[in-house]
Write a protein that binds this ligand. Structure first.
Ligand SMILES: NC(=O)c1ccc[n+]([C@@H]2O[C@H](COP(=O)([O-])OP(=O)(O)OC[C@H]3O[C@@H](n4cnc5c(N)ncnc54)[C@H](OP(=O)(O)O)[C@@H]3O)[C@@H](O)[C@H]2O)c1
Length: 302
């Protein structure tokens, strides 16, 4: 590593967003990409060092932080399975809060910038899309643990930014569930799709989000920044956009109310985030679903 003071340490590097952040940050060099259960293969990018760490383990985390003394930490490690969090609240807390605690106890408050990814699920979904200063009121364990993590970050004396986002999607057929993949890959197999018409969000392409997060991390912005898609719509309407764009019969997409879909955890219905502040702060333009699906870089497997 050329200059350890300039290292960016990215956690959750094999995740939906983390994978795209590796691509976005790699050209800048001096990136340490941290994975956990994901199997390490040959580094896909020059200038990227892959490290394996269970960040819920305080000692392992301390060794990692001491080894690299990162200038910036971007924390994408999380337990994002909302129903899984409901079933295993202790594990959800250990991952969503414990990891933040472990990193912050070792990060140097006056020399490390900490960027925490958070979610619109810290809100109750009565009145989204939410601005940065709306009052949180989570309705499930996932949202509660993510809000507790935000509070840990807020109490830390160093430079920090909380980036809240909403409903990630991507075209990669990676097996990671997301709004696009769970619609498109079913339609491609001629299967019907059931999508919630009462659950609203601001979906964002992870590649677009990754560029916005990388840019936000490089600013001196503090506090909370909403970075989500500019269009507020239901999950059903998003699925219809996907079906129409790729020439599948809209009848294959069936509307349902979320309460009938057998989810174990409650979810905020009118979730979503107002990203006006990010739109004026960042050069990265936040793309609508139609713009994304027409982007030549958005290439689902055919
Ligand atoms: N997905 C969404 O729609 C959405 C919406 C709003 C906000 N967010 C937030 O955005 C962030 C990224 O979400 P995502 O969907 O990209 O997450 P993801 O795909 O579920 O990835 C999370 C990553 O966390 C890592 N991780 C879990 N336990 C760990 C541990 N003990 N030690 C080290 N790493 C561990 C996993 O690494 P391994 O794979 O190596 O095990 C995994 O790749 C999260 O903060 C999430 O709350 C997501």
């Amino acid at each position: 590593m050329a200059n350890s003071n300039r290292v960016t340490l990215l956690t959750g590097a094999a995740g939906l967003l983390g994978f795209r952040l590796v691509e976005a940050l790699a050209p800048h060099g001096d990136l340490v990409a941290v994975v956990h259960s994901h199997k390490l293969t040959a580094p896909a990018h020059s200038g990227v060092t892959f490290a394996c760490c269970d960040l819920t383990d305080r000692n392992e985390t301390a060794l990692l932080l001491r080894r690299y003394s990162p200038k910036t930490v971007i924390n994408c490690a999380a337990m994002t399975d909302v129903d899984g969090c409901e079933d295993k609240p202790d594990l959800a807390r250990a991952i969503n809060c414990g990891i933040v605690e472990n990193i912050l106890s070792e990060a140097e408050p006056f020399d490390t910038r900490f960027v925490q990814l958070s979610t619109d699920y810290i809100f109750d979904g009565m009145s989204g899309p939410y601005p940065e200063d709306a009052v949180p009121n989570p309705v499930n364990v996932y949202g509660k643990t993510k809000l507790e993590a935000e509070q840990l970050v807020n109490d830390w004396p160093g430079s920090k930014l909380i980036v809240r986002t909403s409903a990630l999607y991507d075209c990669l057929d990676s097996g990671k569930a997301n709004l696009f993949a769970s619609t498109y890959y079913r339609l491609r197999r001629s299967e019907s799709v059931v999508s919630a018409s009462d659950a609203h969000c601001n979906p964002i392409w992870t590649q677009n989000l990754a560029h916005a997060v990388a840019e936000a991390a490089s600013t001196d912005a503090e506090g909370v920044l909403n970075v989500a898609g500019p269009v507020y719509l239901s999950r059903y309407d998003f699925s219809l956009i996907v079906a129409t764009k790729y020439g599948y019969a809209p009848q294959l997409v069936r509307a349902a109310v979320l309460g009938s879909m057998g989810r174990r955890a409650s979810r905020p219905l009118l979730a979503g985030l107002d990203s006006s502040k990010a739109i004026s702060l960042l050069n990265t333009r936040l793309l609508s679903p139609l713009e994304t699906l027409s982007d030549p870089l958005f290439q689902p497997a055919m």
